[in-house]
Ligand binder design. Structure first.
Ligand code: ATP
Ligand code: MG
Length: 420
């Protein structure tokens, strides 16, 4: 039996990175007063159709959509923002605080060709700063993304940023871009030729050299932006300058989702990976209204966690826990003493493993060594008769007999010496 193509088990060895990420991001986001939210993995298909946009890759070919037993069309969420928006509206979160700072972490599903850093079930961490039209909101979310990368030891990145204007500006630009590119139709790569009709903006994303050359001489979005779009972008850039955050204005950066306006940004790693975008985000002022909520300008981003982990300086982040105390015994029928010891382990919060193998004591000790345990507590007939525990320090092989009534103090001492 194999896992489905494009899906992966996260085994105990690797889960430690995920737990560490969860721990670090919870700390950073809580400090910035962002609140975690968990929405269902399945939603009505309509939610994504109405938000992500008809001519995007996600809607056209990547969704996991099926009919349930009552013939409802259901989709496994391909991204987080649509669901958060739905939740914001259906729970009337807007009745409370006018500004909502939310974050989520969970699996997303897209039917794509699996590659390194590209899966069919993958995970996103995302934040949404809901309710502010101010450029400072962009800076807040970008700053948090960079903080997270910094604390997870992702060092080589570049922040790409662009203004994609409002709907009208983008429409005018798209029309001009289309008529320009039409003149070179036959020189464009195959994929771009297909996109020319229904999603011409995405051609800017093409990795094809020839297509890129043609685009270089074509119309640029900046020319189509009017005062308010330009001003918004200028303020964003000024703040970034003030904060000394390096960025690159990338006039070909167009995100793959329809709901963005004004600011779009990506954080790319400088590693020579194919999948080098680890974070994508932008402003979405109209989405909430478009889905039936009140007019609520917002901005957010999502980080792909598999790609993040590929770029983490992993070794420096996590130390293997070698401070296990192994409990070996030969008389499980007289378990009273074992439970007394385990109670004390709980009190002093020591990590332990009780042998449950039915092997003889020698084999149990070998197991303790294999595990890399620091200490082994040994309990056999003699120990039970005379009410003591044999404690063996495995790295020095020194052995002590600790009377039960002194065990409390001894564990206090162990706790202290394992810390140092
Ligand atoms: P790409 O152009 O690489 O397909 P995208 O524009 O579709 O990315 P977004 O929808 O912006 O990606 O999602 C935000 C982030 O989620 C991406 O930057 C990436 O890190 C991650 N991501 C998206 N799709 C996948 C996937 N299939 N597998 C793993 N990570 C993904
Ligand atoms: Mg994609």
């Amino acid at each position: 039996m194999e896992p489905l193509r494009g899906t992966k088990d996260i085994l105990p060895e690797e889960i430690r990175y995920w737990q560490k990420i969860y721990e670090i991001v919870t700390k950073i986001l809580t400090q910035n007063n962002y609140h975690e939210i968990r929405t269902p993995i399945i939603e009505n298909t309509e939610l994504f159709l109405r938000s992500i946009g008809s001519f995007t890759d996600i809607i056209n070919k990547e969704m996991y959509t099926f009919h349930d037993q009552s013939s409802r069309s259901i989709t496994l969420r391909p991204e987080g923002t649509a669901s958060i928006t739905r939740s914001f509206i259906s729970n009337k979160l807007y009745l409370g605080n006018k500004i909502q700072r939310l974050w989520y972490l969970g699996p997303m599903f897209r039917y794509e060709r699996p590659q390194k850093g590209r899966q069919r079930q993958f995970h996103q961490l995302g934040i949404e700063c809901i309710g502010s039209p101010m450029p400072i909101a962009e800076i807040e979310v970008i700053r948090i993304a960079l903080k997270i990368l910094e604390q997870l030891n992702v060092e080589k990145w570049s922040l790409e940023i662009n203004s994609i204007g409002n709907t009208e500006e983008r429409l005018k630009y798209t029309n001009d871009l289309k008529s320009y590119l039409n003149k070179y139709r036959n020189d464009l790569d195959e994929n771009s030729q297909k996109r020319l009709e229904d999603n011409a903006l995405r051609i800017l994303d093409s990795k094809n050299k020839k297509t890129q050359e043609i685009l270089n001489n074509g119309p640029k979005i900046k020319k189509y932006l009017e005062t308010s779009s330009l001003q918004h972008f200028e303020i964003v850039c000024n703040y970034l300058n003030q904060l000394n955050i390096k960025y690159n204005i990338n006039d070909k950066l167009i995100r793959g989702l329809d709901y963005y306006n004004y600011t779009a940004f990506e954080i790319q790693t400088l590693n020579q990976n194919q999948q080098n975008t680890i974070c994508g985000g932008g402003r979405y002022d109209n989405l909430i209204k478009q889905l039936g909520g009140p007019n609520t300008p917002s901005v957010g981003w999502a980080i792909g966690l598999e790609r993040l982990i590929l770029n983490m300086e992993q070794k420096s982040l996590i130390h293997k826990n070698k401070k296990i105390i192994y409990i070996a015994h030969s008389e499980i029928s007289q378990a009273d003493m074992i439970w007394e010891i385990i109670n004390l382990m709980d009190i002093y919060q020591l990590t332990f493993e009780l042998d449950i193998s039915n092997n003889n004591l020698n084999k149990q000790l070998r197991k303790a060594n294999q595990l890399g345990a620091k200490l082994c507590f040994i309990i056999s007939n003699n120990e039970i008769t005379h009410q003591y525990v044999t404690v063996k320090w495995l790295d020095t092989s020194t052995q002590q007999q600790v009377p039960l009534y002194q065990l409390n103090n001894y564990l206090k001492y162990i706790k202290f010496s394992l810390k140092t």
